[in-house]
Design a protein around this ligand. Structure first.
Ligand SMILES: NC(=O)c1ccc[n+]([C@@H]2O[C@H](COP(=O)([O-])OP(=O)(O)OC[C@H]3O[C@@H](n4cnc5c(N)ncnc54)[C@H](O)[C@@H]3O)[C@@H](O)[C@H]2O)c1
Length: 110
């Protein structure tokens, strides 16, 4: 089992985004798969107070107001996309181009 942490970010800190933020804290307790530790890295929301509140509430290191900061950060491995449906495609494509693993909320695109 790797002991190198995987760094996670969540884009969108609304109703479903905060659920993702909380779920990432517990992923290692749900599946007995020998997962590496998870580093709770960044929450991004266009409305910064939402990102800050979620980061503080769920123990993430950083809050930002632009998802591009997540795409450009080489330290981030995995990203939950939890914004409105019309934004999914642009963000998912940029993250994949940047080499991130992506978990995108449904629907994947309009
Ligand atoms: N799987 C499920 O059961 C389930 C349930 C609810 C919602 N969803 C999905 O989750 C997604 C989000 O839904 P929600 O109910 O949390 O919406 P929401 O409106 O509560 O939250 C969306 C958040 O995205 C932020 N945002 C808007 N534009 C942004 C941008 N350009 N960059 C960063 N952040 C931005 C908003 O400020 C808001 O905080 C949708 O795709 C929805 O279909 C899935």
């Amino acid at each position: 089992m790797s002991t190198t942490p995987l760094s996670v970010a969540v884009i969108g800190a609304g109703m479903a985004g905060t659920t993702h933020a909380n779920a990432w804290r517990q992923v290692g307790t749900v599946f007995d798969l020998g997962l590496p530790p998870v580093r709770l890295h960044t929450i991004a929301d266009a409305y910064l107070p939402f990102a800050e509140d979620a980061a503080q509430r769920y123990g993430y290191e950083r809050a930002v107001d632009d998802w591009r900061v997540v795409a450009e950060d080489p330290d981030i491995d995995i990203v939950s996309i939890v914004v409105g449906n019309a934004l999914h495609r642009e963000i998912a494509e940029a993250l994949i181009r940047a080499g991130k693993h992506v978990l995108c909320e449904k629907p994947l695109a309009d």
